[in-house]
Design a protein around this ligand. Structure first.
Ligand code: ZN
Ligand code: ZN
Length: 284
C-alpha cells in the first residue's frame, strides 16, 4: 500500500517560500495498492497534486472512493479541482459517517452552489454517489475493491473521523487528520486506541499533531492534538511508525524542523509528514 501526501497543512493553505519543505496545501491523501480501487481521503487543497497520479493511467470509466473525515473547509477546498478534471464516465463514491452534523451530500451541495460557487456538482461531467456510514457500536467497517476500511469518531468541534485502511496484502494504516486527544473522554480514547491496535497494531499512524505541548493550553478546544500526544498514542497502541500531520499554517519550515527534532528525541523514527511524501506501508 502506498499513501501519497497531497497536503499535510491544517486549517488553511499557505503559499510562501518559507513553507515549501513541508508544503502549504491542506489535507488530502491518495491511497493505492496493486489491483485495488483508488482511494482519496479528504479533499483539501492538496487534491490538486494528487490528480496526475489518480488520472495518469486510468480508464475513462475510473471509479474512485472518497473517504471524508468531516466537512471543515480545509478538508473540502480541493473539491472543485477534482470535480473539474474527472471525465464523463467517471464515478466518485463518497463516504462519510452519520455522526457528523450533516450528510456529505448536504455539505457538498451547500459548498458548491451560489453564492459560494458558480457551479453545482451536477454541472460537472462525472457521476457522484453519496453514502452515509452508519456507526454501530462506535465504529463501522466498509469493504471496497481491494480494501477493508473501518471508521471511528474522533473528538473535534462538530466531531471528525479516523479511518483504518487495510489492503489485501495485510498492510494497515490509520489516518486521523483532525483529533483533539485531550478533549476526548475515556470511551473516545479507547475507541481510537482500538482502531490503531486491533486486530493487530497498524503499520503506520498518520495523526494530527498541530500544536507544541506548551502552546496547547491557549488553544484547548480548537480541535487538535500535540505531537507529543500523537507519539504517546502510537507507543500505547504499539504502532511502529508515526507521521504527524495537520501542521499549523503559521509555522514555517524552520519551526517544523525544530518540532520534528523534538519529536524524534522522544519518539525515534517518527516524522512530520511532508507534502509529496509517498509512504510505502508493508505488513510486518
Ligand atoms: Zn482540519
Ligand atoms: Zn476540522
Amino acid at each position: 500500500m502506498f499513501i501519497t501526501c497531497g497536503g499535510v497543512r491544517g486549517s488553511a493553505p499557505i503559499h510562501h517560500p518559507d513553507f515549501l519543505a513541508f508544503g502549504g496545501d491542506t489535507t488530502a491523501f491518495r491511497i493505492a495498492a496493486p489491483g485495488a480501487e483508488p482511494l482519496l481521503l479528504d479533499l483539501g487543497s492538496g487534491v490538486r497534486g494528487l490528480l496526475p497520479g489518480l488520472l495518469g493511467s486510468t480508464p475513462p470509466d475510473l471509479r474512485v472512493t472518497v473517504l471524508l473525515t468531516h466537512f471543515h473547509l480545509d478538508h473540502l477546498l480541493g473539491l472543485p479541482h477534482l470535480a473539474a478534471v474527472l471525465p464523463a464516465g467517471a464515478t466518485v463514491e463518497v463516504y462519510a459517517p452519520d455522526h457528523l452534523p450533516s450528510t456529505a451530500r448536504e455539505a457538498v451541495e451547500r459548498l458548491l452552489a451560489p453564492p459560494l460557487w458558480p457551479l453545482r456538482l451536477e454541472d460537472y461531467p462525472a457521476h457522484w454517489v453519496f453514502h452515509s456510514l452508519v456507526l454501530r457500536g462506535g465504529t463501522v467497517t466498509l469493504s471496497r475493491p481491494g480494501w477493508r476500511i473501518t471508521a471511528c469518531p474522533t473528538p473535534h468541534p462538530g466531531q471528525a473521523t479516523a479511518y483504518r485502511i487495510e489492503a489485501a496484502s495485510g498492510a494497515a494504516a490509520v489516518i486521523a487528520p483532525d483529533l483533539e486527544w485531550a478533549a476526548g473522554d475515556a470511551s473516545q480514547r479507547d475507541a481510537f486506541l482500538r482502531l490503531c491496535a486491533s486486530p493487530r497494531p497498524a503499520d503506520l499512524l498518520l495523526m494530527d499533531g498541530q500544536f507544541d505541548p506548551e502552546d496547547y493550553p491557549a488553544r484547548a478546544g480548537w480541535g487538535h492534538s500535540t505531537w507529543r500526544e500523537a507519539a504517546e498514542v502510537a507507543r500505547h497502541a504499539g504502532v511502529p511508525r508515526l507521521a504527524v500531520i495537520h501542521h499549523d499554517p503559521s509555522h514555517p519550515d524552520t519551526a517544523l524542523r525544530s518540532r520534528e527534532a523534538r519529536l524524534q528525541r522522544e519518539a525515534p523514527g517518527a516524522v512530520l509528514a511532508r507534502q509529496g511524501d509517498v509512504l510505502a506501508v508493508t505488513p510486518p
